[in-house]
Ligand binder design. Structure first.
Ligand SMILES: O=C([C@H](O)CO)[C@H](O)[C@H](O)COP(=O)(O)O
Length: 213
């Protein structure tokens, strides 16, 4: 089980400062969609150059032009690129094929997919690397979380790795790790804390303990 730090509400310099603080406790740095909108793929490139031992995920939330956008993100240094599960199979297949050429991976974000079980089974047959349940900011604000959805994908996904994102905090992490996803994605649960290092350290500990049970 890996820990991914999601950086969403920062510029490149702020992103570097946060990663520097917690780098020893995380496996993957996510350049979040708002950062890509503000800074472009330069953010992926600069973070990868500054922290070569960490994997970088580009949260492009691709909906079309899968191959082209995966190519650009991979060239910038992304090891993982996100594509929306709500899009069509052609876009996903194009993204997967292109990622293979670059040695990168595709994470399918199932945000707002209405029939999660059906779509997860379909997407799982397309050779994707990760299937991720995700409660976005706007639904988090309405009190939703991705924990029940995680149980669903754990039950039906047979090939891909599973991931979970959306408002995960230190207090809710035990419930998440108990479901044994392959990847736990945390943004505000680390970046919004005063002592980011201490929180990231505790999160890594919980994840490691769960992996040895
Ligand atoms: O993908 C995300 C969101 O859509 C904004 O881009 C976040 O990275 C993801 O939700 C994780 O962040 P937190 O919810 O703050 O943990």
């Amino acid at each position: 089980m890996k820990l991914q730090l999601a950086l969403d509400l920062v510029n490149i310099e702020e992103a570097k400062a946060v990663v520097k603080e917690v780098e020893e406790f995380i496996d993957i740095v996510e350049i979040g969609t708002p950062v890509v909108i503000n800074e472009g793929l330069r953010a992926v490139k600069e973070i990868k150059e500054a922290f070569p031992s960490l994997s970088v995920l580009a949260d492009l939330k691709i909906m079309d032009a899968g191959a082209y956008e995966v190519m650009k993100a991979s060239e910038a240094g992304a090891s993982i690129v996100t594509v929306l599960g709500a899009t069509n199979d052609s876009t996903i297949k194009g993204a997967v094929e292109e990622a293979k050429k670059h040695g990168s991976e595709v994470l399918i974000d199932m945000i707002n997919v209405t029939d999660l079980e059906k779509r997860a089974k379909e997407v799982d047959e397309l050779g994707v690397d990760y299937i991720c349940v995700h409660t976005g900011y706007d639904l988090q604000a309405e009190g939703e979380n991705p924990f029940e959805q995680l149980q669903t994908i754990k039950r039906v996904v047979k090939n891909a790795k599973t991931a979970v994102a959306g408002g995960i905090k230190l207090s809710t992490l035990p419930e998440v790790v108990a479901a044994a996803p392959d990847l736990v994605i945390v943004g505000g649960g680390i970046t919004g804390q005063e002592d980011k290092k201490a929180v990231a350290k505790e999160m890594q500990q919980l994840i490691r303990e769960a992996a040895t049970v």
